[in-house]
Unconditional design. Structure first.
Length: 363
């Protein structure tokens, strides 16, 4: 049944549990002026930031939510079947939230004349195969058959799938430039709002690592929900700096034009991929080592078979990293887009519990 969006129906549905805000608005970060032959001065690399401040603010630190791939901030604003998203859950539980549309995504303008060439679109069936109905493809990854939490059948006839599809868009062809733009915009955001927790998803992972690298004194923790990987060899292509396309701060430092070396590792178990970490002696990531990090993995995602590689890479580089597998906490059947699925609130509560266990004071 299609949800009603008529004001009277929405009012009736929410009247008993109103969302109470002290402030709500938006601003921009990261924009840089360039010279353009037709426009004269133009702006590129700007990032839309929307803030949600609860009336009852019970946590000192805000959460900055950074979406993935071809998505946008709406990935955290609601589930695929129209229920409230992670933004609402965290705000209702006393957290201030800053929601971004990364540069060149969503409400952040993406005129190629200013931003740069956009990448080519992939087939729509890719979304079905990896996000909404992976278990129906017999040749899919081993964990696909466990997927059960998508709120529909995941096909083109599914209203939840069409809602998901509607929010997808282009990304920059130059992935390093995309991440540099996101790093600049994210660092500027932290300069404006002060210390925060970063919550990233998928291709929002590299911007999260880069922002934490640029402003380690302002990042109190990183929740990396299925970050882009595995190291050196992500689904989108090689990651020359291990976990990013853009440069990170290593110790010992890399020379100009140098990349960290890699070494092959065997599969650690059934259904888990062989992978790469740094060749020994491994360089440290001193800035990322300053904050607690958790990598969050869903039971039925394609990343269920490779997120162990990200955890190993970060630990090898001296980071304080944990691996939170949802099934080990009684949460089953989720795919890669877990924040859009039936049990999204249960996952949000688990992430909040993890934050409650951390020492998020100055470090």
């Amino acid at each position: 049944m299609t949800r009603s969006y008529r004001p009277a129906d929405l009012h009736a549905a929410g009247a008993d549990t109103p969302l109470e805000l002290a402030a709500h608005g938006f601003f921009w970060t990261g924009g840089e002026l360039i010279d353009h032959p037709a426009a004269g001065k133009a702006m590129r690399g700007q990032q839309y930031v929307e803030y949600w401040i609860p009336r009852e603010l019970t946590h000192d630190l805000p959460i900055v939510m950074i979406h993935g791939g071809g998505g946008q901030g709406t990935d955290f604003l609601g589930t695929a079947d129209g229920r409230e998203g992670w933004v609402h859950w965290f705000v209702r539980n006393g957290w201030a939230v800053y929601l971004v549309d990364r540069p060149q995504h969503g409400r952040s303008p993406f005129n190629p004349e200013f931003q740069g060439e956009m990448g080519k679109p992939g087939p729509t069936v890719f979304l079905e195969r990896l996000f909404t109905r992976p278990g129906t493809f017999d040749d899919n990854y081993p964990q696909a058959k466990l997927h059960s939490q998508w709120p529909g059948d995941g096909t083109l006839d599914d209203p939840a799938f069409l809602s998901f599809l509607a929010g997808t868009g282009p990304t920059l062809a130059d992935q390093a430039q995309s991440q540099i733009d996101a790093q600049r915009a994210g660092a500027e955001l932290l300069d404006l709002i002060g210390p925060a927790v970063l919550l990233t998803h998928s291709a929002g992972g590299p911007p999260g690592w880069l922002i934490a690298d640029a402003r380690p004194e302002l990042v109190r923790a990183v929740i990396a929900v299925e970050p882009l990987g595995p190291p050196f060899a992500a689904i989108s292509g090689a990651l020359p700096y291990g976990i990013t396309h853009a440069p990170l701060t290593f110790d010992p430092p890399l020379a100009e034009g140098e990349f960290p070396g890699s070494a092959n590792q065997p599969s650690p178990g059934e259904g888990l991929v062989a992978y790469k970490v740094q060749a020994e002696p491994a360089r440290r990531l001193p800035n990322l080592a300053r904050m607690p990090i958790v990598v969050v993995t869903a039971e039925a995602s394609w990343m269920a078979g490779d997120n162990h590689a990200m955890v190993h890479f970060l630990a090898q580089a001296g980071c304080r990293v944990e691996h939170l597998r949802l099934e080990e906490h009684g949460i089953h059947g989720n795919g890669h887009a877990m924040q859009l699925e039936r049990n999204s609130d249960e996952i949000a509560a688990l992430l909040s519990h993890w934050l409650g266990d951390q020492d998020l004071t100055d470090h």
